[in-house]
Design a protein around this ligand. Structure first.
Ligand code: SF4
Ligand code: SF4
Length: 498
C-alpha cells in the first residue's frame, strides 16, 4: 500500500546551489539531480529523518518536517497502528525496529527529584573540595582485616575500578561499525572506564584496549574463545536485554561480512542468530556452572557480570544471580536501545529500569546479600541526573549506549536495522563507516563523560555528599512527584513535601 510519506523534504530553491551534497550523503537515495530541469528532486518515501543532508547542506537549503497527512485515525487506531496492520497484511512478517521503546510510558527518572542541603547541612563545593567519583564493582567482603601498618590484609575478590560510575554498554561489532567500536574503546581507555564488546567477539585490533573492555558471552557464543575471555577486564554473561527480553539476537547475513564474520567466527553472509535461552542454562545451578567455568577459564582473575532484562519478577531473579557466584548484576530496562528488535517485543515486554532497580536493591538488602554483588543499571540513562538518581536508588554504576551513540553523532532516526546508518555508527558499509572519525568520536565521548562527571559532582555537592559510596542506596535524597502510593512504595521514596 502506498502511504503518504512520514517526512517531507522542504528545499529552498533560491538557496539550493545544486552542489549535490545531499545526494551523495543520503544512503537512502532520497535526493537526485534532474539534469534536464537543472533541479534537485526528492523521493520522500525513503527518508528516515536522519538529518544528515540537513546538517551538511552548505547553504541551509534543506529541512525535513514531519508530514501532517495522516490516515483517519481515532483514539483506538492511530495512524501508525493502521499502517502496521497494512504492512503485515502485505508481508506476513514480523515488524522490526531499532533503538528503544518510543511509547509514552512513564519515565520515572523525570518524576523523581533530588535533594539539596540548606543551612544546617551545608553543601560541598566540588571546585574547592575533593569529591570521590571512583567506584569498584564486585563482591565486597563482610569484614576487612588490617595489617599493623594499617594496610588492608583482606584479599578482595576481583573488582572493576571505574573513575566515574558510568560505562559504555554492550554494542556488538556487526551491529555497530569498526569506527564506532574504536571510538568507544579509545574513550573508555582514556577515561578509566569500560566499554563492552556485546555478543560479536573482539576485533583483533582492539585487544590493546583489553584492560578497559568487558567481553560478553551470549547464547550464540559468537567470537568466544580462550584468548577473547582472557583479553577482557570482566566477562559478561548476557541472559537478556532490555529492548528485547525473552528473545535472542539476530545479525542479518548482509552485515556478517569481512572482519565481522571473522570476529564472530561464522561464515560470511550467514545470519548470526543467538537463541533466546542459553541451551545449557535452565536453573540458577546451571548459571552457576557457567559463571564458574568462565572464572576457571580465566584463573579467577576476572569478575563475572550477569546481564538480565528488567522483567516482572526481577527481584527474585537477581537474588538467584547473587547466589550463583556472579560478582555483578547488570539490569537492563525496557527503554534500552538496540540495533534491531521485533517491534512488538520492544514496545510491550519488560518493565521500567527505575522500578526494577529499586526492587532488586531492596530484595538483596532484605536478604542480607547486597554486598555479594554490585548492580549496574542500564536501559535509558540519559543524563548525569539519571545517574545520580540511579545510584541513590541502589545502583553501583550505570551503563549507557544510546547516549553514547548520540555523542558519536547518532540522530535517533531509528533505522539501525536497515544497515544504512548515515552517520557511520550502525552500519558495515565502508563508505558510511568512514563518516565516523574515531578520533572525533572518542573525543566527543570523553567530552560527554567529563561533562557528566562534573555534573555528578555538583549534584552530590549540593546534597552535601562527597562520594558515590555515600550516595549509593541513599533514597532519603530522592522525592517523587505525581506518583501513586504503590509507585512510591516500590521506589522506596517519599513524596515531595514529605
Ligand atoms: S534519510 Fe537522512 S540524508 Fe536522506 S533525505 Fe532523509 S534526512 Fe536527508
Ligand atoms: S545509530 Fe544511525 S541508524 Fe541508528 S538511530 Fe542512530 S543515526 Fe539512525
Amino acid at each position: 500500500m502506498n502511504f503518504y510519506p512520514e517526512f517531507e523534504v522542504v528545499r529552498s530553491d533560491s538557496r539550493c546551489i545544486r552542489c549535490r551534497v545531499c545526494e551523495r550523503q543520503c544512503a537512502n537515495e532520497v535526493h537526485w539531480y534532474d539534469a534536464d530541469g537543472k533541479v534537485m528532486l526528492s523521493d520522500e518515501s525513503k527518508c528516515v529523518n536522519c538529518q544528515r543532508c540537513v546538517t551538511l547542506c552548505p547553504t541551509r537549503a534543506l529541512k525535513i518536517v514531519k508530514s501532517d497527512c495522516r490516515l483517519r485515525e481515532n483514539a483506538n487506531y492511530s495512524d501508525q497502528t493502521i499502517k502496521e496492520i497494512y504492512r503485515q497484511a502485505e508481508t506476513g512478517g514480523v515488524l522490526l525496529s531499532s533503538m528503544g521503546n518510543p511509547n509514552p510510558l512513564p519515565v520515572y527518572w523525570d518524576r523523581i527529584l533530588i535533594n539539596a542541603s540548606q543551612v544546617t547541612n551545608p553543601p560541598i563545593d566540588p571546585l574547592r573540595e575533593p569529591m570521590e567519583t571512583r567506584v569498584s564493582l564486585g563482591k565486597k567482603p563482610d569484614h576487612i582485616t588490617r595489617n599493623p601498618d594499617g594496610s588492608i590484609d583482606t584479599k578482595l575478590p576481583p573488582q572493576l575500578t571505574l573513575s566515574m560510575p558510568v560505562m559504555f554498554s554492550a554494542m556488538s561489532y556487526g551491529s555497530i561499525s569498526y569506527n564506532a567500536h574504536a571510538s568507544l574503546a579509545r574513550a573508555a581507555s582514556a577515561l578509566g572506564i569500560y566499554y563492552n564488546t556485546g555478543e560479536g567477539g573482539l576485533h583483533e585490533d582492539f585487544y590493546q584496549y583489553g584492560k578497559n573492555t568487558i567481553v560478553q558471552v551470549a547464547s550464540g557464543r559468537f567470537g568466544v574463545h580462550k584468548d577473547y575471555l582472557e583479553a577482557g577486564a570482566a566477562i559478561e554473561i548476557k541472559m537478556g536485554q532490555g529492548a528485547k527480553p525473552g528473545i535472542g539476537g539476530h545479525l542479518p547475513g548482509t552485515k556478517a561480512v569481512g572482519d565481522v564474520s571473522k570476529t564472530r567466527m561464522i561464515p560470511e553472509g550467514s545470519d548470526a542468530i543467538s537463541p533466546a535461552p542459553h541451551h545449557d542454562i535452565y536453573s540458577i545451578e546451571d548459571l552457576r556452572q557457567l559463571v564458574y567455568s568462565l572464572k576457571e577459564a580465566t584463573e579467577y582473575r576476572l569478575p563475572v557480570i550477569v546481564k538480565v532484562a528488567a522483567v516482572h519478577n526481577i527481584a527474585a531473579i537477581a537474588s538467584g544471580i547473587a547466589r550463583s557466584g556472579a560478582d555483578i548484576i547488570a539490569i537492563d530496562g525496557f527503554r534500552g536501545g538496540t540495533g534491531a528488535a521485533p517491534t512488538r517485543i520492544r514496545d510491550n515486554v519488560g518493565i521500567p529500569i527505575e522500578l526494577a532497580l529499586a526492587a532488586v536493591d531492596k530484595r538483596l538488602r532484605d536478604e542480607g546479600i547486597r554486598n555479594n554483588v554490585s548492580i549496574i543499571c542500564g536501559g535509558s540513562v540519559r543524563s548525569a541526573a539519571d545517574v545520580v538518581k540511579a545510584i541513590a536508588l541502589g545502583a553501583d554504576a550505570c551503563y549507557i549506549a544510546t547516549a553514547a551513540c548520540l555523542a558519536m553523532g547518532c540522530h535517533l532516526c531509528r533505522s539501525c536495522h536497515t544497515g544504512k546508518c548515515n552517520w557511520g555508527i550502525a552500519t558495515q558499509r565502508p563508505d558510511l563507516v568512514k563518516r565516523l572519525n574515531p578520533d572525533i568520536g572518542s573525543q566527543r565521548l570523553i567530552n560527554l563523560m567529563d561533562a557528566w562527571r562534573h555534573e555528578i559532582k555538583e549534584l552530590m555537592g549540593g546534597m552535601g555528599i562527597n562520594s558515590i559510596e555515600a550516595l549509593r542506596g541513599n533514597r532519603l535524597m530522592l522525592r517523587g512527584v505525581g506518583l501513586t502510593e504503590k509507585e512510591l512504595q516500590i521506589l522506596g521514596i517519599s513524596h515531595a513535601g514529605e
